[in-house]
Write a protein that binds this ligand. Structure first.
Ligand code: PGA
Length: 258
């Protein structure tokens, strides 16, 4: 039996390709005054265009900001990309990497992700690494092999001492934006499996790594998901577009430190 290690819950809003700068302002006008330093770490991930505004407005508040992607090179002829130093200049705290929509629509690969995770860490950014299986893979019984393939490949270049600076988000693709949430048992089981993979690298570090669940998290299912022993928070898409709804999810995670 492993010793219990307290992990601070993390609740991240993945706005995807939603919210202009003025819409981000409207959200923050309502949301920021409700947030206090106690409780979970709250992270907002807007589009690149709204990122400077969100980072600037969150500075000096308990709320943090993160990008939805970045490239592993620092500068150069990489049209359409942004780099870790550019995010740092904005005061951004982290970056989502390997979201299934990027893997599916934009050709994101595990070898590229391994380099992105390493670069984010060396820049001092918190990577939120997304992994998860498709419905077809789950139905074929391949969930564990898909997860281990992604986790081991994407973290291959992370030094063991840095593992606890990575946040992992388990997002079954079949639960993203579909309204179908994984059952708490399915989410716990997959996240427990991921933590066991990390144990094979370093048992003590594995207790420190925060692993979130993502996929149709809503105010009314958040508390139950986060009461599970291995689930350390949520990556929230659709329900994070509304400040009151996202605030309710943040509130649901209070006291769920596992
Ligand atoms: P959803 O998205 O909450 O809208 O299902 C989650 C995600 O893709 O991060």
């Amino acid at each position: 039996m492993m010793f219990a290690m307290s992990r601070r819950p993390c609740i991240a809003a993945n706005w995807k390709m939603n919210k202009s700068i003025s819409e981000a302002d409207d959200f923050l006008d309502e949301f920021l005054p409700t947030q206090s330093a106690e409780g979970p770490e709250v992270v907002i991930c807007p589009t690149y265009l709204a990122l400077a505004r969100v980072a600037e407005r969150c500075a000096g508040t308990p709320v943090r900001s993160a990008a939805q992607n970045m490239y592993f090179e620092d500068s150069g002829a990489f049209t359409g990309e942004v780099s870790a130093p550019m995010l740092l200049e904005l005061g951004v705290d982290g970056v989502i990497l390997g979201h299934s929509e990027r893997r599916q629509y934009f050709g994101e690969t595990d070898p590229a992700l391994a380099r992105k995770v390493r670069r984010a860490l060396s820049a001092g950014l918190m990577p939120i690494l997304c992994v998860g299986e498709s419905l077809e893979q789950r139905e074929c019984g391949d969930t564990e092999s898909v997860l281990s393939g992604q986790v081991l490949a994407d973290l291959a270049e992370v030094h063991t001492d840095d593992l606890d600076r990575v946040v992992i988000a388990y997002e079954p693709i079949w639960a993203i934006g579909t309204g179908v949430t994984a059952t708490t048992d399915q989410a716990q089981e997959a996240i427990h499996f991921i933590r066991n993979l990390l144990r094979s690298r370093d048992p003590e570090m594995a207790e420190r790594v925060r692993i979130l669940y993502g996929g149709s998290v809503k105010p009314d299912n958040a508390a139950e998901l986060m009461s599970q022993p291995d689930i350390d928070g949520a990556l929230v898409g659709g329900a994070a577009l509304d400040p009151a709804g996202f605030g309710a999810i943040v509130d649901a995670s209070r006291g769920s430190g596992s």
